[in-house]
Write a protein that binds this ligand. Sequence first.
Ligand SMILES: [Zn+2]
Length: 113
Amino acid sequence: MSTAARTLLLFCAGAVAAAAACPPRHGARTTIGAAGEQLCAKHREPLQAVTVYGPGDGACVLVQQTKTARAARACSPNALPFAISRTRNALYSRAVAASYCKRCEAEVQAHAR
Ligand SMILES: [Zn+2]
């Protein structure tokens, strides 16, 4: 086995181990804080309200997330929805109100690369 193949194999094994380190979450995604605010059930942090953009009318966007990103999303219950854009553009033109946990989103982004 070549050095490059071993490196790739170790990288893949590490990615699978990282994804497996965080088991999928079950149960409620959110909880209510002492002041009545909505909190991430995993991180106990307030959710952030944000406007994101989905595909406009008549647009069909075919994208697939990586296996590690899907696993990270399964254990990060309040990440931003998949297949949206944070900026409006020609393809993603429909504004959608969303709420998310910054730490959940950071976990998903760390595995999306
Ligand atoms: Zn969270």
